[in-house]
Unconditional design. Structure first.
Length: 392
């Protein structure tokens, strides 16, 4: 095992009706004028926006609004938010939505608390000194951004999708009411379950040191997500399943399942970032389209972990060679993805990249990762291109 530091300062308020406590929590963290940041019209149609406003009004907190965040959130919207907040003298940011909205609000927070262009942080040409305080009301269980230090933003005019991690952006609080996720389309729910699985798998498939207790928690988390994703595919109004999945999403990306290992692989995420940047696909679906090909490509270099995964997570039989057991685990995951309506190739995702586009994505991925990425197997640009080819 490796030494580690574990820092998770976000206060969680979880359960039915907790959304009504939003104003109380903003006040607790000294917000006096708030930006309510959200995505499309769903929070308007469902009445959630009005509930937010009432909760803030009851707490005596002024507020302004900025909607329009899209999946793979755009840098232009971040710039718009920074300008609005400066004009309105906002001192607290409130994200109402899923990972895209929370990531957008984090980027706005960086832009308000630091001089210069906020995109510099996502290009890793400099580091942020601070981030404006923020909280969130989670409506989509997926990205884990409500408890993580991560944000991913797309510079849409250049088709660049980049991540920046900094503890300064961790939310002060996360309101998590599973009932808010019941109106999600089935596809969005499945994408969310895929993303949280991948956050755990990225930390699980490593060639660095590992801890048995961390492995056990990661394996239980993955089994839980798989179980309840299947339930939600048939019973989307099942509150217990919604609650299990919502909490799993937070635990998958708050650092818990990476304690004691080498920090994780994250190659599948970086490969998907280029796919999402070029083709604007749903993040979870992009991950499921990439992962089986990545897994087959790296499996031989990380065989003990893939065998353990097949046995402890996917429930495969301990029969045959290690390679056969590991492959059975990968095939079982593919079967799961198909069962919840997720693609396992780019063609199933609805895109068919040309060879030129594959080489461009691989080149961009290599640039974004400093030349290589991965712990299960260190991937260079030519490896990245081959995985994209396999995923066609």
């Amino acid at each position: 095992m490796f030494n580690f530091e574990y820092f998770t300062p976000t206060e969680v308020c979880f359960g039915k009706g907790t959304v009504e406590r939003t104003g109380e929590y903003v006040k607790k963290y000294h917000g006096t004028k708030v930006l309510i940041h959200y995505g499309g019209g769903s929070i308007v149609r469902t009445g959630l926006l009005e509930r937010m406003k009432k909760s803030l009004d009851d707490a005596g907190i002024a507020h302004v609004e900025l909607g329009g965040v899209v999946p793979n959130p755009h840098l232009s919207k971040v710039y718009e938010g920074i300008e609005l907040c400066r004009k309105e003298k906002v001192d607290f940011l409130l994200a109402v939505g899923g990972g895209s909205v929370i990531d957008s609000v984090k980027a706005i927070g960086y832009g308000l608390a630091n001089e210069g262009d906020v995109w510099d942080f996502f290009e890793h040409t400099r580091m942020a000194d601070a981030c404006m305080p923020l909280g969130c009301v989670l409506t989509i269980a997926a990205a884990g951004s409500e408890m993580s230090n991560s944000a991913v933003i797309t510079k849409e005019d250049e088709d660049k999708k980049r991540a920046y991690d900094d503890d300064a952006s961790r939310p002060k609080f996360a309101i998590m009411d599973p009932e808010l996720t019941m109106t999600l389309p089935d596809y969005q729910t499945a994408c969310g379950c895929t993303d949280m699985l991948m956050h755990t798998e990225e930390r699980y498939f490593t060639n660095g040191g590992n801890m048995e207790i961390t492995d056990s928690m990661a394996e239980a988390l993955m089994r839980t997500v798989i179980k309840y994703a299947r339930v939600l595919a048939k019973e989307p109004q099942n509150y217990e399943a919604r609650a299990e999945v919502m909490w799993a999403g937070s635990l998958a990306h708050n650092g818990l399942t990476g304690c004691g290992n080498d920090g994780g692989d994250f190659a599948s995420h970086m490969l998907e970032h280029e796919l999402g940047g070029m083709f604007d696909v749903a993040h979870g679906a992009g991950l499921s389209a990439i992962w089986p090909s990545w897994a087959r490509y790296v499996c031989g270099d990380c065989l003990p972990r893939f065998k353990q995964y097949a046995l402890n997570v996917m429930g495969c039989e301990n029969k045959g060679t290690d390679e056969e057991i590991a492959l059975a685990g990968i095939e079982a995951m593919e079967e799961f993805y198909r069962a919840i309506g997720m693609p396992t190739t780019m063609k199933e995702l609805g895109i068919e990249p040309t060879e030129e586009q594959i080489l461009e994505m691989a080149h961009r991925c290599a640039l974004a990762t400093g030349g290589q990425i991965g712990s299960a197997k260190a991937l260079k640009e030519e490896d990245m291109a081959e995985i994209y080819r396999m995923a066609r």
